[in-house]
Write a protein that binds this ligand. Sequence first.
Ligand SMILES: [Mn+2]
Length: 446
Amino acid sequence: MRIDNRMMEQLTRSAEMAKVIDEWRIFTHYDADGICAGGILARTALRAGKRFHMTILRDLYQSTIANLEGTSDLVILADMGSSYWDLIKKLDHAVVLDHHKNDFHREEHHINPNLYGMDGTSDLCGSTLAFLFSIAVDPANWDLFPYAMAGLVGDRQHVPEIRGANKAIFDMAVDKGLVTSVHGLNFQGDRILDAMVRSNDPFIVGISGDIDGARSFLDECGVDPDTPVNDIDNNDDLCRLIASRLVLKVIEQGGSFEGASEIMTQKYLLELDGGIGLSARSLSHMMNSSGRKDSPSTGLAAILGDMPSLERCREFREDYRDGVQVELLDLAGQVERMQNIQFFENRVPAMGGALAGLGLEYFLDRRAPVIALTKAGDKFKISSRGLWSLVHAGLDLSYVMRTAGERVGGVGGGHPIASGATIPVEKKQQFLDLVDEIVGEQLGAI
Ligand SMILES: [Mn+2]
């Protein structure tokens, strides 16, 4: 697939506008995709001799845009902005590089794959779109591709395979030697035992968070627990033996097709500045964790080449991974079932989406989307997650969250498979009832 020509022409026109403005105000989202998009834009700005100011946001509010009124700076919104396009377009110089669904039509400087016949859920993410903008500013920015790749993996657009415009960019990056792909076990870490025990994705009951269980599993496979993960990846027979037994375990624990397919994976190996080798997944997790630990600027600094920040992101990642695991081990007992959905009250801020997604993929009822509610002051922050099998059956969580959110005086939106909302705390039950009803309509339940 080629990248849509009209979109590329628009990116070029937006890049031309950007090149003549010296001050760039960049807004981006605090997840891995957003931070990577922001990092790519920051480096693009620096290389073009611009001053930039970056704001990394959990949510974009109308007031943020209202405050920009009258500025002569270039305003770039990455991984967000489409929903406020009617306000943003009134600014003198603004570019939106978003991939979330919206109700607008194509207009100058509003760049969103959904407006160009592509699917923003799978074909292009915030960071691959920011990357296209970056190479439209200067083709020498191709070397920033590793960050686009990490963002793509962060938004899970590599599952079940890299598609659409992402694929076109990826293929070119492979040709340029900017990424190497290797098939192997989907465990991150040096030694197999530690990598399996700490793994949340795949989450394998009796192995994840269970060192004795993992040890005896490896024993049954005849594998030394200290074997480097790389050595197993390089040994086809051993790799297949372990993988086939793990797939069986995931199926036995009620895991989804997506979950079972996570055991073996395509690993995308990147090389960062200073010759640092990392997998796209590790880099994306590091960026994601810096955001979740309320320090997305550390992730940004790492992308700008600061080595201590990269190290700090690695620590954030370990902490976050362990924290998610503690919650996952306890999740099954907390989930409540309604007719068409299941939900839980999440205890740890910024973990709701991850827990909902992982729980659904690996051990919760695969027939019902999962809603995580996290209390924040007088609001609930809602994260909802589905599976592709549910989306193919008609589920559109973007519509569900927007509609149910608005009906109880909140806001919501996102992607069909993963979406969010913010609602007044006292509307919890009304909101859940609405979500249950709309999901039931979508999935054709009685
Ligand atoms: Mn994104």
